[in-house]
Design a protein around this ligand. Sequence first.
Ligand code: SF4
Length: 284
Amino acid sequence: MLTTQRDFGDRTDRKHARLKYTIADRGLTWFRGEVERRSGIRFAGVRRFAFTTIQDPHGWQPCADGSWFYGLHLLSGRIKDVAGWPMKTALREIAAIHTGDFRLTPSQNLTISGVTTAQKPAIEAILQKHGLAGENARSGLRLNALSCVALPTCGLALGESERMLPALLEKFETVLDGAGLQADAISLRVTGCPNGCARPYLAEIGLVAKAPNKYALYLGASYNGTRLNRLFSPSITPDDAVALLTPIIRRYALERQPGEGFGDWCNHAVLPKDATFHSVGTKA
Ligand code: SF4
């Protein structure tokens, strides 16, 4: 698939560069045939499949071949050393003894894969030693949050994303704690511009920067990514977004049906059916 996209993808035009455009232009049948020709694999027929979660499996998970992988939550996919959080050092120590591989996931997490049963205690001990064994014990909101890099890395950024995410999560976590929703999986995604590299339009809470400290707020996507969200407030600061959503989150905790996701509930209970957008002070 990678070499097919490398050879046929339109990498000269950023707006037309993704694999989805290659498939849209040439057709799924052509794409499947090209991948089969290159790989020597024959795909079986289409089978029904339901996406029920977008969250990566965390902690130790068994594999079909008898090995293990460890799913490690990384906020925004960032591996670095900061005071009290020596992630880079810990992973370097694991790499020195690890005979399997490291895999980065589309949800910005990491798996330490191909671990034998005998190796597990040593890897666990390194995570413990650096205080990282509890990385997966985070709020459901944090475990599902994504952001793009934005400032200072991306030249297209109109506002902050990765650097503002931790503070934003803390504020929302306080609200969710108060509503008894600490463990609930809710997807929140932030990007520094409308290009949407962290897929904010599929988030139950999506924030897309339009200018410094100004974001378009989107609500109402399904948690499992099968329905896009809709614009709820066209220009809002992160703090005002928290203020605007606080009563909505409290209502959700009280009014939702068993198992109903935040995005699904917002889609019918909060989002306007007309084109009236909300700003702070507007009763939702
Ligand atoms: S969403 Fe925009 S700011 Fe963020 S990485 Fe993509 S292009 Fe850059």
